[in-house]
Design a protein around this ligand. Sequence first.
Ligand SMILES: Cc1cc2nc3c(=O)[nH]c(=O)nc-3n(C[C@H](O)[C@H](O)[C@H](O)COP(=O)(O)O)c2cc1C
Length: 426
Amino acid sequence: MKNKAQVLNILLAIIIAVLVYQITELETETETKSTLIVSNDTISTSTLASTSEKKSVGVRGHIMPKPALVIGSYGKDGMPNMMAAAWAGICNSNPLSIAVSIRRSRLSFENIMHHKCFTVNVPSVKHVAVVDYVGMISGHDENKFEKLDLTPTKGEFIDAPYIEEFPIVIECEVTDSFDLGSHVQFIGKVIDTKVNQNLIKSNGYVDIEKLQPLIFEEEFYYSFGIAVAQPWDAHKLFIDSLKPKFMPKNYENATIANIHERKSVRHFTTKSVSKEQLETLVKAGMAAPTAMNKQPWAFIASTDRKLLDQLAEELPHAKMLFEATSAITVCGDLTKTMEGKSSEYWIQDCSAATQNILLAVESMGLGAVWTGVYPNEERIQMVKKLLNLPDHIVPLCVIPIGYSTGEDKPKDKWKEENLKWEKWGN
Ligand SMILES: Cc1cc2nc3c(=O)[nH]c(=O)nc-3n(C[C@H](O)[C@H](O)[C@H](O)COP(=O)(O)O)c2cc1C
């Protein structure tokens, strides 16, 4: 009996600790200005010392990542054309030049030979099917711009079209070409580069997390976006007298990386989140562990602008709902809980579901923030009223979800003193 009471006391303490943590997190979290995440999950020189036996795989171009670019050109007849190119990259600093290798059989080859210029169009991951299409179908057979309903805008400085819908476009003038065998390598001097304004950060760099550039690998296309260290800084790891400003991070484990990348996002673009995305998120929530597998929860996914605004009006710590394009409200279902005092496990169960959703949000390139409702009675009643919740459904939190503007960054919360080994003290 005494043991049971002790266990219950401990559980109660855990619940209170979780709630206090949430409330302080929600109410006192301030924006960090750092542009890079500094976590303890860093590379150490000892990590780098590990090695494994190598096997020759023959002559293979295993350089990663390879870009997935689209080259724009006009035909002799003025027809705009585009082709995918992965055998390409920056090849000189002054003048800034891009090399792209093209087979003679391509229509683009003829076009570039004729006009002596081309554009390099940098896609986002959302353009993956476009890139693949223009890499499979030749302009010899159809007008790909017309087929894909893309806009060929004439270059400002050269006689080649760029793809209006792509986020970054570069105009190049051919300065040289080299017959390398299967391909002819064209060297294009960069004449001008245009970037969608919303991707330019205040320091002038491109916001790569927002851009989500596409990477070509032989087996798959990939996206990237996790910053692991800063150029011209990371090498200091090996110089005794110096220390990198941003410790290089060890991203061998994608799950750990995602956990450290998770951040409270409070600023959103107007881009909406689809029903499929919301369903994926709720599925992630429902994958959380629950006491005795009771799954004592209900999830309300909302996308209605008026409703989101009403919630924002009424909830003092959920003003981000004015910007967010959707929300998931995580609720406890009191008809599904355990009996007696153990019924309070629903709070932990729903908290675990909430964290699952937040991590899934991060992994899907979305942004979200946990805004607390339970145990604040006023907020509970307000959410119940606005969402039409029956008596037995208690809202734990509302999670505003949308596409981040990129302003919000993760924090390094590692504090060595908060970890005790074996016991508290000797
Ligand atoms: C991801 C990807 C990358 C490619 N990279 C190149 C390349 O670097 N050079 C090349 O000659 N062809 C490359 N191709 C193939 C051409 O894009 C493809 O043959 C295209 O249809 C040529 O179009 P065009 O005849 O209209 O110029 C690539 C295709 C894909 C899907």
